[in-house]
Design a protein around this ligand. Sequence first.
Ligand SMILES: Cc1cc2nc3c(=O)[nH]c(=O)nc-3n(C[C@H](O)[C@H](O)[C@H](O)COP(=O)(O)O)c2cc1C
Length: 376
Amino acid sequence: MNEPNQTRDSDGLEQYLNIEDLKAAAEKRLEASAFRYFAGGAEDHLALQRNRRAFQEVSLHYRVLRGVGTRDLSTEVLGIPLSMPLLTAPTAFHQLAHPEGELATARAVKAQQSLMVLSTMSNQSVEAVAATGAPFWFQLYMYKDRAITEALLDRVVAAGCRGLVFTVDAPVLGKREDDERHAFRLPADFAMDNLLPQDARGEREKLQRSGLTRYFGTLLEDNITWSDIQWLAGRTGLPVLVKGIVRCDDAVAALDHGARGVIVSNHGGRQLDAAPATMDVLPRIAQVLAGRSNAAGQLPCLLMDGGVRRGSDVMKALAAGADAVLIGRPILWGLAAGGEAGVRHVYDLFRDEFDRTMALCGCRSVMEIAPDLFHA
Ligand SMILES: Cc1cc2nc3c(=O)[nH]c(=O)nc-3n(C[C@H](O)[C@H](O)[C@H](O)COP(=O)(O)O)c2cc1C
């Protein structure tokens, strides 16, 4: 994108004081159907609302007189250094938010020393995102046709991906009534360089005609099982994180089947509308996983997402036992409001709020965030 546009993208971002402000800006800029696609959840939006409510009900029993003049927000996940415990969650179709799409997101993630989880349903290819130099994991939806999955995995490994996020909460797509009602369709010239097999013109036309839900039903595997974790790890040699866990026994099973990590998630309330809030189930899952290794004797990492909108939410999740959190919609709001600069602004807001919360809670480093702070 040329210089004038970049200037316009970053102009005035400082007026957006928090993620809700950015969401309002995104709503003004996006077509109504695209905004609803991003913002919406399944059915009655119960899980979507529950995610936020659960965070609001947690309080932090802060410590005082800890000499918090110097604070270090940095951490790491599976050997990847992060400037703070915040990652970009996999979300589909970033070009609906901004013409530069996933490339703008990736550049911002790199500038912020974070980590991007790239969706199978991205507009831009895994190779193009890798070329930005941003560290990334790839989020996989398994195809019915294993040969297509294998070809995609080979590309992902060749591109220099550092981990695989296996999404397990979408054997079928949740019922998204907003998308049906507003006949959400992707623009005809939209690229989907990971999702669609190369040279799949016929498939693309089917997708335009039938809408997303029906189309994915025909393409993606609904018979995924625990043994697929081992298969993915063996096929790629990459650490596999299982995304979409809300139960302790499933978290343990993931590790027993070789996962390197668990992402407590209900897909941002877009799948099972009766799902629990992730913040409600995280503390128990963290307790059950504490000190437990996976099938290969490695210590797992525990991540969570769903409703993280403030730096204090990051603190709450870490106090409950998460190693880091992911944000989905906030990245899309930043991207819509200001492209790469907008996503950087999202990170800046979280960094400022998280830093302030650390000081107010008496924590000088992420290591000092412990369960005694957490009260639900
Ligand atoms: C518009 C949108 C698209 C998404 N696409 C994917 C996807 O392709 N793969 C996936 O695993 N999760 C996907 N998710 C779920 C996110 O990875 C994440 O779990 C969720 O957005 C976190 O909740 P939050 O938006 O409240 O931060 C999507 C979420 C949204 C809002």
